[in-house]
Design a protein around this ligand. Structure first.
Ligand SMILES: [Zn+2]
Ligand SMILES: [Zn+2]
Length: 102
């Protein structure tokens, strides 16, 4: 887990690494099979996992599904915000052109 700026949430959030995200993803799938009507109840396991891991206090299961370090790029050399995608060539925050990819 690492704290990174999220372009969708427009704030810094805890992003999960590959292993952590794999667990979260499984729990998310489990939530869909849960027949309880209350959304928070259905995704309780996922929210608990994420919040125990991060100490954050997330209430929206869908947000967790894009808080994955694998879905964003590395930090921009200029401004320090992450590139929006792993393959982005341009930093949306400061316009910096990425030197090389990978
Ligand atoms: Zn987000
Ligand atoms: Zn930048």
């Amino acid at each position: 887990m690492e704290i990174k700026y999220c372009w969708r949430c427009k704030m810094e959030v805890p992003m999960l690494n590959k292993e952590e995200f794999a667990v979260a993803y499984k729990l998310y799938g489990k939530g869909f099979k849960n027949l309880k009507k209350d959304r928070q109840e259905r995704f309780k396991e996922l929210l608990e996992y994420y919040n125990n891991l991060t100490g954050f206090g997330e209430t929206e299961p869908n947000s967790i599904m894009h808080h994955s370090l694998e879905q964003i790029g590395p930090d921009c050399e200029k401004c320090g915000k992450p590139y929006r995608t792993p393959k982005a060539k341009l930093c949306v925050a400061c316009g910096n052109k990425r030197r090389r990819i990978g």
